[in-house]
Design a protein around this ligand. Sequence first.
Ligand code: SF4
Length: 424
Amino acid sequence: MAQVNALPRQHRPDPLRALGVVALNGMFDEMDALGVLRHAVEEILPGDVAIVSSFGADSAVLLHMVSKVKKDLPVYFLETGKHFPETLDYVETLKTRLGLTNVIAIQPDPADLKRFDPNGDLWETDPDSCCHIRKTEPLEPITEEYGGWVTGRKRYQTVERGVLPHFELTSDDRIKVNPLAHFSDADVVAYRQEHNLPEHPLYQSGYKSIGCAPCTSVVAEGEDPRAGRWRGLNKKECGIHFDFNGAIAKPMVAVEKHRLFKDGAFIADPFHDWGEGDDAATAHYTHVPLPVFLEHRETFLANPHPLGLLVSPGERIEDVKDDLQRFASVAIKFPAFTDGRGYSTARLLSERYRFAGEIRAVGDVLADQIPLMRRCGVTALVVTHEPTRQALAEGKLAEVAIFYQPVGLTEVPVGTRPYLRRAG
Ligand code: SF4
């Protein structure tokens, strides 16, 4: 399968486009699924539409339609590394059988896997984080690349989807195309039979909704087909916009709730705050307050899960300097605009201790502070202040060009007087 190299593309909400989508639904209300798909691919979004497929139990119907309309339509497959071997076989079967020529496997970042899931068992302890590094993160840049996405969602699947239209406009101005909106369960079966489409090899064994192997189980007669996904856990969706079965969260809802700004975007945060009742032996993806870490140091060091450290003003990062490599992330608390102690902590981490993990600012993170934070080595920001979020999202933060105190190893004062020193 081809590998992906996506470039982000910005979309802006457009009221005229919204009106156009409403009109589209009126035009295509009575059109059959293949007609909707063809019109979307050829007329509405030529060259600007793609599909994510799980190659699961239900996928063959929509992929068959894709093969009728455009065999080289980009079909993205999230190769999490956790699929059943039968699913990987099924990818090849459907590619060959349907003649799909542009199936693209998206893989997780090996550095993320090494850092967050070195033993490959994260799904067991923290499935949200596992889905995040294996699905959400790899897919995010791809979703930016297209103006439209084809989904396999159907009205009958949930109450919320009862009025699912053929065309939807997302709040970030992308068009979702739902050719199968009006399909019933029986329609899917009938279509599969009519076109003699191969079944997923595990379907007859009772797997009715198929995702990663560790998180998929057989469903009993009469059970909801998705009951076999993440069984026993309070988890129903992957957290990605384009769930394997076509379930799509509203993109802007997902984006709005993210507070962590990193690498130029707001992203889901795998870390949690340390809470009452948390246990040093079993905690994972938690920012442990520095005094708590010192109190239970031996237990934390024996804990095999990814951990972070929280440093508040007045606490000394020097006290844990020998243990820093234990942490994937260090969160520095900035409680007020006038409190500069966090900057010193960040500089110690990045310059003296050469800490290679994430250095994040938490607390009162405001637009004016961010350029200074970055200069001191901060690589991630937790931001709740709405105007600051807006400025970050729009890339409108000013950089510091003149400074009186050089930081890091690269800034060299160009003048002898402090006010003449320049960054870069
Ligand atoms: S479905 Fe399970 S194994 Fe797959 S990414 Fe999510 S938690 Fe990990």
